[in-house]
Design a protein around this ligand. Structure first.
Ligand SMILES: NC(=O)c1ccc[n+]([C@@H]2O[C@H](COP(=O)([O-])OP(=O)(O)OC[C@H]3O[C@@H](n4cnc5c(N)ncnc54)[C@H](OP(=O)(O)O)[C@@H]3O)[C@@H](O)[C@H]2O)c1
Length: 196
């Protein structure tokens, strides 16, 4: 795990490698915050969003972000959208039932990436822009608990994003890493550049 004092150096070393990244699900809560933080940390020399629709950004910081619109039912036809990237972040899905999260993890294993990390957060704490009443209620519940109680079952999206990026910039000898909610808290709090 990245130690707080090592992170600036790890990030700098990572930047120097001019890596490229694609993000799946950049229109969602996690993907949106991830993209913002990637731009703020200036970690990659090329950023591509891959989604089922084109997104519109007003801010100047997003002007060099590339976008590829693909049909997720026919991904074989869109292999070129994924090619030429060193790193990929997948923030796709809505619920485990709909997205088949366990199934996705099994399929990722088959793809034989040099290295990959699976993040398994608890309830994501965020100000979701769209309306999901039941999720809103669960978030309110966890938001009202003392932090030490909520810690085990929930996590701010900003902490998940920090953990994803801190993990990515840290060279790892491990081919596969699984991060549960506690591990995400530990890695995501390793610095405070992003306020939850
Ligand atoms: N919310 C939670 O409390 C929670 C807890 C634990 C784990 N997770 C998992 O964490 C991940 C991210 O969650 P989130 O809350 O950030 O997600 P989110 O806000 O619901 O965003 C989902 C993203 O996936 C895209 N997407 C959904 N269905 C799709 C489809 N059939 N084809 C193509 N794109 C599709 C959406 O694109 P469009 O904008 O085009 O719809 C959006 O970019 C998900 O895998 C979720 O299961 C969530």
């Amino acid at each position: 795990m990245a130690k707080t004092e090592a992170l600036p150096k790890l990030r700098e070393d990572f930047r120097m490698q001019n890596k490229s990244v694609f993000i799946l699900g950049a229109s969602g809560e996690t993907g949106r915050v991830l993209l913002k933080e990637i731009l703020e940390q200036n970690l990659f020399s090329k950023i591509t969003l891959i989604g089922r629709r084109k997104l519109t950004f007003d801010e100047e910081a997003y002007k060099n972000v590339n976008q590829e619109v693909v049909d997720f039912e026919k991904l074989d036809d869109y292999a070129s959208a994924f090619q030429g990237h060193d790193v990929g972040f997948c923030c796709l899905g809505t619920t485990r039932k709909k997205a088949g999260a366990g199934e996705v993890e099994a399929r990722v294993e088959e793809l034989q990436f040099e290295r990959y990390s699976v993040f398994r957060p608890g309830v994501l704490l965020c100000d979701r822009q769209e309306s999901r009443p039941s999720e809103w209620l669960v978030r309110k519940f966890f938001g009202s608990l003392p932090e030490s109680w909520a810690h085990g079952y929930s996590v701010p999206v900003a902490t998940v994003v920090r953990a994803m990026l801190n993990n990515a910039v840290n060279p790892s000898g491990k081919k596969k890493e699984l991060l549960d909610n506690n591990a995400i808290h530990d890695l995501g709090k390793a610095d405070d550049s992003l306020k939850p």
